[in-house]
Design a protein around this ligand. Structure first.
Ligand code: ACO
Length: 336
């Protein structure tokens, strides 16, 4: 059987490539000290020193009242479209990775589509918590490779501030709001080289927001719950394994990685991953200090920061790694 695939871009094999990146952080920036002051007013004790030492976080951004996940997503998407030098009308697939959608339904991706003033192309959300962007990028890449799409907007957008229990100092100091986006388009050269996704639902309980809606009421507790130490242990193990596995798939080695962009949850997890992969921290893009953990937005936001400050350049090899609730994890290796 002839398996050759002839494509719209005119080559026998079709790949996907990032054409532009964008990011958006809400205007309201809260340093650790400012957050600590606010928490002290409700009798919750924390400090800049504790937060910096355990997590590397120094500040986070919180969305304004009424600012929705889709608003952040659209702002990041517009910047990615501008960087890719293309119109929203040329996009034929929209995927939003989020765990904090505007509504139960429709999807935030449909709301983003409406706010961008376009219609017709498929638009849907992916919910894989902090691994969401790596999941979304892998799905978009698959759709582009099969010819189901030519140019995709892939967005990670979160308003995690809405899920936080500000009486729980073990979690409320960790998260922030933001959005990152890429335009992923068909190409006759790679692009995305290899990726791998995983989940293990046996660990649902260690990181979850267990509330739900029924009969017009919130049922259960709709704030974020986390067993920090269990998450830490699982995260460092799977991030090493999935990076190695993706490198093997790609026929490359650790030495080929120019830049590592791990999910920005905690500097200690990133340092441990870099150590295991024998990468200097100079090759790791770190934005957790300024952004906190923005869940599905953290990787595309970090990518955008490093592209705009010209650390990541065309042709560089970049490893993206996500890990989060589910438990979910995955990695993408790409030539930028
Ligand atoms: N300020 C001051 N003290 C605090 C705070 C705080 N914000 N939070 C907890 N403490 C106290 C605890 O009450 C405890 O006090 P005690 O010893 O008197 O009981 C002490 O600090 C130690 O608490 P632990 O929870 O054991 O602290 P740990 O060293 O494990 O650090 C942390 C907690 C930072 C959450 C860590 O477990 C971690 O980084 N886990 C990884 C989880 C993560 O990054 N999650 C992000 C989301 S998951 C994801 O994105 C993959």
């Amino acid at each position: 059987m002839n398996r050759t695939v002839f494509t719209a871009v005119g080559s026998a094999v079709r790949y996907s490539r990032i054409a532009g990146t964008g990011g958006y952080l809400p205007a309201r920036r809260l340093t650790n000290s400012a957050l600590a002051d606010q928490l002290a007013a409700r009798g919750v004790e924390t400090s800049d020193e504790w937060i910096v030492e355990r997590t590397g976080i120094r500040a986070r951004h919180f969305a304004a009242e009424g600012e929705q996940c889709s608003d952040l997503a659209v702002a990041a998407a517009r910047r990615a479209l501008e960087a890719a030098d293309c119109d929203a009308a040329s996009i034929d697939l929209i995927i939003v990775a989020t765990s904090t959608p505007d509504m139960v339904f429709p999807s935030t991706a449909c709301i983003v589509q409406q706010k961008l003033g376009v219609s017709g192309c498929p638009a849907f959300d992916i919910q894989a918590v902090c691994s969401g962007f790596v999941y979304a990028l892998t799905v978009a890449d698959s759709m582009i490779r099969t010819g189901a799409a030519n140019k995709a907007l892939v967005i990670g957008s979160e308003v995690f501030s809405r899920l936080l229990d500000f009486d729980d100092r073990g979690t409320c100091v960790l998260f922030g709001d933001g959005a990152g986006a890429v335009v992923l388009q068909a190409s006759d050269t790679p692009g995305l080289i290899a990726s791998e996704l995983h989940a293990d639902g046996r660990h649902v309980d260690i990181l979850c927001t267990p509330g739900s809606i029924a009969g017009g009421q919130v049922r259960g507790d709709p704030t974020l719950k986390m067993d920090g130490q269990a998450v830490f242990k699982l995260a460092v193990g799977v991030l090493e394994d999935v990076a190695r596995s993706v490198l093997v798939k790609a026929g490359r080695s650790e030495a080929d990685i120019d830049w590592l962009i791990p999910h920005q949850a905690n500097i200690r997890i990133m340092q441990s991953t870099a150590r295991k992969l024998k990468l200097s921290m100079e090759k790791v893009i770190v934005t957790v200090a300024d952004h906190g953990n923005t869940s599905a937005a953290s990787i595309p936001l970090a990518l955008d920061v490093a592209v705009r400050d010209r650390r990541i350049r065309r042709g560089d090899t970049v490893m993206l790694e996500g890990v989060g609730g589910g438990f979910t994890w995955g990695a993408v290796l790409l030539d930028f």
